[in-house]
Design a protein around this ligand. Structure first.
Ligand SMILES: [Zn+2]
Length: 97
């Protein structure tokens, strides 16, 4: 009944088609802002993941929806898995793949 198309939604990509098979609910990630100390949930599209050569240069970033601060936080292995699995855009910083 509630399966109607969503106007203005994202286009159907292969990734979203697969995600739709597994899980209908959109993936959200909990995050906190170190600036205004607000806590909120972000959609995968609001996050960005940068994977560096080491864990020190691997981090995720987002813009705080409350105060607009650009937040960057280190991402451990588990977070990287969660984010990539949730469809977060990933940027690889190191050239040696
Ligand atoms: Zn904030």
């Amino acid at each position: 009944m509630s399966e109607s198309a969503v106007p203005g939604g994202r286009g159907m990509t292969v990734a979203s088609a697969f995600a739709g098979m597994r899980n209908v609910a959109p993936v959200v990630f909990r995050a906190g802002c170190p600036d205004c100390r607000e806590r909120f949930e972000l959609a995968a599209s609001a996050l960005r993941l940068a994977i560096g050569a080491s864990s020190r240069t691997t981090f995720y970033s987002f813009t705080c929806p409350v105060c607009g601060a650009a937040v960057r936080k280190p991402a451990g292995e588990r977070i990287v898995e969660l984010l990539t699995g949730g469809g977060v855009r990933t940027l690889r910083l190191h050239s040696t793949v």
